[in-house]
Ligand binder design. Structure first.
Ligand code: SF4
Ligand code: MSK
Length: 625
């Protein structure tokens, strides 16, 4: 039976636009999901292999048909190999993003990326010193150049291990070394995954999965961390600020430009170009009251965190934003951009502009971005949007009134500064029980879950139980839309957390950034663990991804668990076809890395699992008061 609109999304603005889509006969991801049902159970269980052309082979999960692929691969081998390829793809996406950020940084240092500057010299100098680069007697650009060279070597490194892992507590690093999963070169780990999963190479499920852990770590403590650090130098460390979210941020009378994807390199310039007097004058000539830039997904999170640029929505709202009929340009870079936008934008006046040399989509206008003329490209893009304003068809425009204020910008540095410069107040609050623990809730939307239902209900349950939540990605946007990113939301928190939030003037849910910024959560965990003199796995902390869908989320889950944090997944990964892999991930990993996964689609039960875990960790630390 066709689902009701309220079953598709809990968000009122989204429900209104889903109704509009129905009335206009416009197809969305939810409709296409219906058409996919029932989804292939071999695929769902992870027991289908296409790794060579003797296949595809698939294992009969009921034990009646084939139990081995043509080469002899069992369900355990096939599931483990598929999982390893998924981790590799996710790690590649984050790390290739990082590579581009470092290349821009390098060009900036050589004066070949004119529009970019060093925005945070203090972070440049502290990173340089962390990487052993002497900055005395050198100009900031010389230091930047040396740092860029060092960071670029992290990708192709052939000897030793990733330098960011120096931030890891010693006991954890020792454990990784003993297990042989200390990450080496970022590219090396990803390439090795592809090699190992080629027919006839690695055919032991445990051996394969250990490489999965190492590859995930090369993302979290490598690619993602480098992306965050370099973007902070170029664009500034996020600081607390206010903004607004949801489809209601779209303007009735201004030119609406959406920036969507993951990389802030171009969107930073678009935000600047939208304030260019020449373009503002042109907007006025076109009958618009100004230019309104709004974000979707993590490009949106990046500009939100650093400029307070409003966010129009998370992953499942990208189509809905176009269906409002109010968008002049949908500007995309990489990752999480639906190819459906090509046909969809054709139903409205929206220009669909693709900008990355790596990513094109059907029916786009290509306006490829290169650092050398970044601002010029940004201006051309904004100009295209402005000139499109007169084409807006007023009868087709519905902008929901729902928009929600939020407080964002909680980088690890900003959190420490909100605490007065030391983790002491937080540690004391945790020790005293006012803050019962820390929950890291992240990840995507997935049509298999009512949009934002998993995110919002899980987070509400955690804060009700005095768990301070840190968030990134689409979870952060869902929380913002539900009003949870405001200091006033502490009214929904337990008494202890409420008092702490009031004293510090912070929300009970702290927005730490985009998907690559989960590295900020790793850094914060390390700081807390080191301060307490324990391993990350000893902290009263737990993670969750209630509505995850992307391969990047699998890599993230892998590095979070490998770093010692128990993590609950709200949607089921494609591993259930192997008993061995499933029990390793959900149990066996505990005795290997001190943490494991759980799968629980019900957000309240997921919160319960996280709370039980936090209780146990508190007890082990002697904090059971
Ligand atoms: Fe089949 Fe083995 Fe080839 Fe996979 S690698 S398709 S299981 S023969
Ligand atoms: S955007 S990876 S849907 S969180 Fe980072 Fe959202 Fe997931 Fe993309």
């Amino acid at each position: 039976m066709k689902p009701e609109i309220y079953e598709k999304s809990i968000d009122l603005a989204s429900q209104k636009i889903l109704k509009k889509a129905e009335e206009e006969g416009i197809e969305t991801a939810w409709d296409r999901y219906e058409k996919q049902l029932p989804q292939c159970s071999f695929g769902q269980l992870g027991v289908c292999c296409r790794n060579c052309n003797m296949g595809p082979c698939r294992i009969d999960p009921f034990g009646e048909g084939a139990q081995k692929g043509i080469c002899g691969a069992t369900a355990d081998i096939i599931v483990a190999r598929n999982l390893l390829r998924t981790i590799a793809a996710g790690a590649a996406a984050h790390s290739d993003h990082a590579r581009d950020a470092v290349l821009t940084f390098k060009k900036m240092s050589e004066g070949e990326a004119g529009s970019y500057r060093i925005k945070d010299e203090a972070k440049l100098l502290s990173l340089a010193s962390e990487y052993g680069i002497v900055s005395e007697g050198k100009s900031p650009k010389e230091v930047a150049s040396r740092l860029a060279d060092t960071l670029l070597q992290e990708f192709g490194k052939q000897d030793g291990h990733l330098l960011c892992t120096r931030r890891v507590p010693e006991s954890r690093l020792k454990l990784w070394a003993e297990l042989g999963i200390e990450p080496r070169g970022i590219d090396r780990e990803i390439v090795e995954c592809m090699h190992r999963t080629h027919i006839g190479v690695d055919n032991d499920a445990v051996h394969i999965l250990l490489q999965g852990l190492r590859t995930g770590l090369s993302d979290g403590w490598g690619g993602s961390m480098i992306a965050t650090d370099v973007q902070d130098i170029l664009f500034g460390i996020p600081q607390p600020r206010r903004s607004t979210v949801n489809l209601g941020v779209l303007s009735k009378d201004k030119v609406n430009v959406i920036v969507h994807g993951h990389e802030p390199i171009l969107s930073e310039m678009i935000v600047e170009a939208a304030e260019d007097p020449e373009l503002l004058k042109l907007a006025e000539e076109m009958g618009a009251a100004g230019i309104n830039v709004a974000g979707i997904c993590c490009t949106g999170n990046e500009t939100l965190m650093r400029h307070g640029t409003p966010i129009a929505g998370n992953f499942l709202q990208q189509e809905l934003a176009v269906i409002t009929g109010a968008i002049e340009a949908m500007v995309v870079d990489v990752q999480c951009v639906m190819p459906s936008l090509g046909e969809l934008t054709g139903c409205y006046h929206t220009k669909f502009i693709s900008t990355s040399p790596k990513a094109d989509f059907p029916n786009t206008i290509r306006m490829e971005f290169h650092e050398g003329r970044a601002y010029e490209t940004a201006k051309e893009i904004v100009r295209t949007a402005v000139e499109n304003f007169p084409n807006r068809v007023l009868e087709k425009v519905t902008i929901p009134e729902e928009k929600q204020e939020c407080m964002v910008g909680f980088s690890a540095e900003a959190i420490l500064s909100a605490l007065g410069g030391s983790p002491d107040p937080l540690i004391e609050a945790i020790k005293g029980g006012a803050v019962w623990g820390i929950g890291a809730v992240v990840g995507c939307n997935n049509v298999k879950v009512t949009h934002n239902y998993g995110h919002v209900n899980l987070v509400k349950e955690l804060i009700k139980n005095n768990v301070l939540v840190v968030t990134t990605g689409c979870n952060a946007i869902a929380c913002a839309e539900a009003g949870l990113l405001l200091p006033e939301a502490s009214e929904l928190a337990g008494d202890g957390l409420k008092a702490v939030c009031r004293a510090l003037g912070i929300p009970p849910v702290l927005h730490m950034g985009s998907c690559v910024d989960i590295s900020r959560i790793l850094v914060l965990s390390s700081v807390l663990a080191n301060y307490l003199g324990v391993d990350i796995s000893d902290l009263p902390a737990a993670g969750a991804a209630p509505e995850w869908m992307s391969e990047k989320a699998v890599s993230i889950g892998t590095y979070v668990v490998s770093s010692g944090v128990f993590t609950v997944l709200g949607t089921i990964p494609a591993v259930l076809g192997s008993q061995a892999v499933t029990s390793l991930l959900t149990g066996g990993l505990n005795s290997v890395v001190g943490a494991s996964f759980a799968v629980e689609p019900d957000p309240l039960k997921a919160a319960e699992l996280m709370l039980e875990h936090i209780d146990a960790k508190r007890k082990a630390l002697g904090l059971d008061s």
